[in-house]
Design a protein around this ligand. Structure first.
Ligand code: 5AD
Ligand code: SF4
Length: 467
């Protein structure tokens, strides 16, 4: 590089640049997106909420259901028309991984296509594009999770409740699911790396950490010592609980078959481990669970629930359900309703089955008509919503230690959303709690755990007073 071009390029580096990022997917994407933004700070990028004035637009895509994947393309169409002259558009995440070069055909506006394990390459791609004036699209879709984690810079920021990815990918191959193809094989980060990241998060003000993994309870990470066996998630949680500033620990998402005894016991023994578990059941029918390749039946699920409740009687349970999986009869669906009735969930997500390209279930010929899927979804949601409301209402008049997460707002469906003058908090059971500000509320600073008297329970949140 000549002296004058070096001066020019460093001047370009110093100019403030704006990056817009939108997330379409799960918490793993939220984590990935945040880390990716941090990696752009040395290049002078600052976040903006306005896509039209951004120099770089990043869409963190999700491939899990057709709706999420299609939304990306309609948004890319809009961005194409409104984007700033000369700005770059990047498709990151799971659609990028699944469709790679194909995504260019559908969205020629794309300059960069980055799979979830390649997002650490973004700074390098941007530098190269700038240096060499590359005009064609850069595509990176290698599936190497260890390289990604090794290459990300140390954390620069933390919220009161912070995500920390400990495991990525999935080896279970449920017949409906794209994750093994978009995120690759199971990979557990080494214990040392996770502890370091958790300590940095704690230093930066995190009080709660949410350990993330597509199959997080299958975590098996390399420990400190040579010859020492792999660490389980339970052991990792107990070690992380030694960090004094970290007051609460959660983990998500778990597979019933990996719900091992030491993890169940950790819910009894480890005070910092919150009494909440997201444990997707997907269906209550043996036949459908088998066709889904879940490798457990409804009875197995129920036995785990019983063990968890013995270990931690107040544990709140959450689940995912799919209705209208190929071949699902009314009788199968009744079994899903029966499982939900039996467990009584604190909250749950339910979805219509969406055939995903490349997954075994998509090519089954007994697909269920849309109207039947919709009708079953409505019935299941009615039940799950009633359970959630009942759960929330059961706290009215009771005291809960809530973690203060920030000022008012933050939305929340079902009439429980926060307003100005309220303080957002989180209950041990994962519920959003909105506290009324009364008089001097200086002691209600984000990051504190405060005793709250719950005054109202809504469909999706609680309202209360700092007691
Ligand atoms: N169709 C509908 N829902 C799906 N999920 C995963 N794949 C599909 C699909 N093809 C749901 C599962 C999973 C959650 C993250 O998304 O319930 O647990
Ligand atoms: Fe969506 Fe799954 Fe990718 Fe998360 S890992 S963004 S849920 S496809």
């Amino acid at each position: 590089m000549t002296v004058s071009s070096e001066i020019k390029s460093s001047a370009r580096r110093a100019a403030p640049r704006r990056v817009f990022l939108k997330n379409y997917g799960c918490q793993m994407n939220v984590y990935d997106g945040a880390r990716m933004l941090e990696s752009l700070t040395p290049l002078g990028y600052q976040r903006t909420e306005d896509a039209e004035s951004a120099d770089l637009v990043i869409l963190m895509s999700c491939h899990i259901r057709a709706k999420a994947a299609e939304k990306i393309y309609s948004d890319l169409g809009r961005i194409r028309q409104k984007k700033k002259e000369g700005s770059l558009v990047a498709l990151a995440g799971c659609v990028a991984q699944a469709e790679g070069a194909e995504s260019l055909r559908r969205a020629p506006v794309l300059d960069i296509v980055l799979g979830p394990q390649s997002l650490h390459k973004l700074p390098q791609i941007l530098r190269r594009r700038e240096r060499e004036g590359i005009a064609e699209t850069s595509i990176e879709t290698a599936l190497a999770a260890d390289a990604k984690f090794r290459s990300l810079p140390p954390r620069g920021r933390a919220s009161v409740s912070a995500f920390l990815t400990v495991q990525e990918g999935c080896d279970r191959f449920c017949s409906f699911c794209v994750v093994p193809y978009t995120r690759g094989a199971e990979f557990s980060r080494p214990v040392m790396d996770i502890i370091k990241e958790a300590e940095i998060l704690a230093l930066k003000g995190a009080k709660e950490i949410i350990l993330l993994g597509q199959n997080v309870n299958a975590y098996r990470g390399r420990g400190f010592k040579r010859g020492e066996g792999l660490w389980s998630l339970a052991r990792l949680i107990k070690r992380l609980a030694h960090i004094p500033e970290i007051r609460r620990i959660r983990y998500t998402t778990s597979h019933p078959s990996d719900m091992k005894e030491d993890l169940i016991r950790a819910h009894q023994e480890e005070e910092k481990l919150m009494p909440f578990l997201h444990l997707p059941a997907q269906s209550g029918s043996e036949r459908i669970l088998k066709a889904m390749n879940r490798r457990h039946d409804a009875d197995f699920y129920w036995r785990i629930v019983k063990r968890l409740r013995e270990a931690r009687p107040d544990i709140a349970l959450s689940s995912d359900f799919i209705v209208g999986f190929p071949g699902e009869t009314e009788e199968d669906f009744q079994k899903t309703l029966a499982l939900a009735e039996r467990v009584s969930f604190a909250q749950a997500y339910s979805f219509k089955y969406s055939p995903r390209p490349g997954t075994p279930a998509a090519s089954l010929d007994n697909q269920i008509p849309e109207e039947t899927k919709q009708e079953r979804l409505t019935r299941l949601r009615l039940l799950l919503d009633a359970q959630q409301r009942r759960f929330n209402e059961s706290f009215v008049g009771r005291h809960l230690p809530v973690l203060l997460t920030g000022a008012g707002g933050g939305g929340g469906r079902g009439g429980g959303g926060g307003r100005e003058g309220q303080i957002a908090a989180k209950s041990p059971y994962g519920q959003s709690v909105y506290l009324e500000k009364e008089g001097d509320s200086r002691h209600l600073a984000p990051g504190r755990v405060s005793d709250a008297l719950i005054t109202e329970g809504y469909a999706h949140a609680l309202r209360g007073r700092a007691a």
